[in-house]
Design a protein around this ligand. Structure first.
Ligand code: GLA
Length: 387
């Protein structure tokens, strides 16, 4: 891949002198969905697929961007003196947002850059292609200009730019999973204080299979921000009767005890999901550590049911993929992953069942939904790197 992107860089920008190649992964969340902005736990991992990039410093303040995923857009130009979100800037709003966010943190970017990207995460799949671009950009800026920031800072800067430049009120999970990724490990992150541990994912005789619904999902126009504010209102209502900082502070029992403080039945369901999903995530990590993969799978299934019935972020495409997966012998667990409303599912599938999983779920999906799903057996990879 390094040769391919360097060659393309040379083709697009004239020469590749002084250019360096980089990579940042995508991510998949195994369990702990819509908990990261509720002070709960998440359990994501970085993937070996992600975003490749080539960058070099210019002698002026211009920015030139090219993406091999959007070749029809050609070279998109801008300047580091003019970092504001614009519709015409298309995908470059992500790297530009990160450059702006560095500035907000007091890191002034001295020179412009030529940047080429090539991602192999399916677009809009819910495997965090945008967070991958954000962390990659931060990593490049640190490498090219020597800014003193940790990988955890790269995650926070990426989230800050997504929230304040790109207008999506996302939590910290995606950028954290990408910036802090570790091969063959998932990250058990407490979003209340960013404490985390790595848990080895040893799936002897099984793999993580992603099923991509191909229903495009734009977080900005989805109901993501709406869910977030429903949870915030529920929290305010609960805080009148119990001393908590976030929904993640409650056990299931405490929630049942205090839930009558929430004045709207829809908000009760939203908050219930946030509380129960957080507890499920804690239990799932315990099960994994005890090598009880079957229990881990059961908790994944329960997570999907809660996202469908209480949080209402699944939809017919994701429900079909998951419900068909559950029918297949050798599927340990299956659920939607990421924000929902489209995107993809994550399943743990025994090696010998992978072919029949892809064939049967694929067929049922096509006949019910009218277009195909795509399937990928994925590996857990490391965080960002210089190639
Ligand atoms: C998106 C957001 C994350 C998280 C998930 C849902 O991926 O970017 O912060 O909230 O949805 O778990």
């Amino acid at each position: 891949m390094k040769e391919i992107i360097l060659k393309k860089f040379e083709e697009v920008f004239g020469d590749a002198e002084g250019a360096k190649a980089y990579f940042a992964p995508g991510r998949v969340n195994l369990i702990g969905e819509h908990t990261d902005y509720n002070g709960g736990h998440v359990f994501p991992c970085a993937l070996t697929i992600g975003t490749y990039g080539v960058a070099r410093v210019r002698k002026d303040r211009r920015l030139r961007f090219y993406s091999m995923n959007f070749e029809q857009l050609g070279v998109l130009e801008s300047s580091i003196d003019d970092l504001k979100p614009e519709k015409e800037a298309e995908w470059t709003n992500y790297p530009k947002g990160v450059m702006w966010a560095f500035g907000e943190r007091g890191f002034q970017i001295p020179w412009g850059m030529d940047i080429l990207l090539n991602g192999n995460i399916p677009n809009g799949s819910g495997l965090s292609s945008s967070a991958s671009v954000e962390v990659l950009t931060g990593y490049i800026l640190r490498d090219l200009f020597g800014f003193e920031v940790t990988n955890q800072d790269l995650a926070l800067i990426g989230q800050y730019s997504e929230n304040n430049f790109n207008g999506v009120n996302c939590g910290i999970m995606d950028q954290f999973a990408i910036a802090m990724g570790k091969k063959n490990h998932a990250i058990f992150l407490d979003t209340a204080d960013l404490s985390y541990t790595y848990a080895p994912v040893k799936l002897e005789g099984a793999k993580i299979v992603i099923a991509c619904s191909n229903k495009k999902r734009g977080l900005g126009d989805s109901k993501y921000n709406e869910r977030r504010s429903e949870c915030e209102t529920a929290l305010e209502e609960l805080q009148k009767v119990v001393d908590i900082k976030s929904l993640g502070d409650l056990t299931e029992e405490q929630f049942e005890q205090y839930k009558s403080a929430i004045k709207d039945p829809v908000r009760v369901k939203r908050a219930k999901h946030a509380v129960y999903e957080n507890q499920r995530t804690i239990k799932a990590v315990e099960a994994l550590k005890a090598n009880d993969i079957a229990q881990f799978g059961q908790l994944m299934n329960a997570s999907h049911v809660s996202l469908k019935d209480d949080y209402e972020v699944t939809g017919i495409e994701l429900d079909t993929l998951v419900e068909e997966a559950w029918k297949i012998e050798g599927v340990i667990g299956s659920r939607m992953t990421g924000a929902g409303f489209g995107g993809c599912t994550v399943s743990l599938v025994k090696d010998e069942a992978i072919d029949s999983f892809i064939e049967n779920v694929g067929k049922a999906y096509l006949s019910k939904i009218g277009y195909s799903a795509d399937f990928y057996a994925v590996e857990i990879g490391d965080g960002p790197c210089t190639l």
